[in-house]
Design a protein around this ligand. Structure first.
Ligand code: HEC
Length: 102
């Protein structure tokens, strides 16, 4: 019985972590092409123009910001327009790619 419960917990944990594991940084790189215009190819941003550095941010933080821009929880007209055409999967993938920028 105890064993069944732990097997259940392990499977549940695996299923819950799937969306994160499924994020595809290679697909995200293609999405990042448009972002690079402001945030830079290496994600260094442009302080003078007010484009924040993305390099060094983890995927969890980035995807949360993208969702917030999309939902209007974080207000910024430019970024809202940028994420308008992105699906949840696109946002996870681009976040996974950004997390590889150091
Ligand atoms: C036209 C310029 C421009 C483009 C293109 C652009 N951004 Fe941004 N981005 C901004 C600006 C300006 C901000 C700051 C918004 C604010 O102050 O809330 C920002 C903020 C962000 C943030 C939050 C950073 C932080 O430190 O909290 C993330 C994440 C982000 N952008 C990701 C992206 C992604 C991914 C793309 C491509 C899909 C993209 N941006 C395309 C201008 C741009």
């Amino acid at each position: 019985m105890k064993r069944k419960v732990s097997m259940f917990l392990i499977s549940a944990a695996l299923i819950l972590s799937l969306p994160v594991l499924a994020a595809d940084p290679v697909a995200g790189k293609a999405r990042y092409a448009v972002c690079a215009g402001c945030h830079g190819v290496a994600g260094m941003g442009n302080t003078a123009l007010g484009y924040p550095q993305l390099a060094g941010r983890d995927a969890g933080y980035v995807v949360e910001q993208l969702r917030a821009f999309k939902a209007g929880r974080r207000e910024n007209a430019t970024m809202k327009a940028m994420v308008a055409g992105l699906t949840e999967t696109d946002m996870e993938n681009v976040a996974a790619y950004i997390a590889t920028l150091r």
